[in-house]
Design a protein around this ligand. Structure first.
Ligand code: ATP
Ligand code: MG
Length: 148
């Protein structure tokens, strides 16, 4: 699928990070320097293919923004690494990681990453995750149109 950039930008409550290429989080753990005792990300492993659209969902404080901040290199992971392998083909479609609150955006993603207190607990598409009947199903059930 190919979400047009304008659709994404206009969606209220959606933050995004786009790159041309393949993104990897390899065993990423993180704590903020000001709260050095509190783990914020704990052993995150995600690989996002070039051209893939991935939605990150989870309750407030689960670490979604922190994950994107590490990708932007605003902070360095304590362990592990973030890797971006840029595409040489500049005509390639963008890889999109979206912190999505709108169910319509989340449903349209190729893959949904569900975070819970700094860990990835579920991954899959909307239908797969509903069938799993775990945290994602709970979040969708709790809020028909929005997710934290
Ligand atoms: N600058 C900071 N210094 C210290 N702790 C922080 C900082 N930013 C976030 N945190 C803490 O890190 C954890 C993860 O926060 P983060 O903002 O990544 O969550 P989130 O999933 O993006 O939440 P939200 O849905 O509210 O945006 C929370 O416990 C939060 O309190
Ligand atoms: Mg956030």
């Amino acid at each position: 699928m190919d979400l047009l950039p304008s659709d994404q930008v206009l969606s209220k409550g959606v933050k995004l990070q786009r790159v041309m290429g393949h993104i990897q989080f390899v065993n990423v753990s993180f704590r903020y320097p000001s709260r050095a005792k509190t783990p914020v990300l704990d052993g995150i492993n995600v690989s996002v293919q070039a051209h893939e659209v991935v939605a990150i969902v989870g309750l407030s404080g689960s670490g979604k923004s922190t994950l994107v901040n590490l990708l932007l290199r605003l902070y360095e992971p304590i362990t592990g690494q973030t890797v971006i392998k840029f595409c040489s083909d500049m005509k390639a479609k963008r890889t999109v990681i979206v912190i999505a609150r709108r169910l319509s955006t989340i449903k349209a993603a190729d893959r949904i990453v569900v975070m819970d207190v700094g860990r990835i607990t579920e991954m899959g598409n909307h239908t797969e995750l509903l069938e799993k009947d775990g945290l994602y199903a709970k979040l969708v059930g709790a809020q028909t149109d929005t997710l934290a």
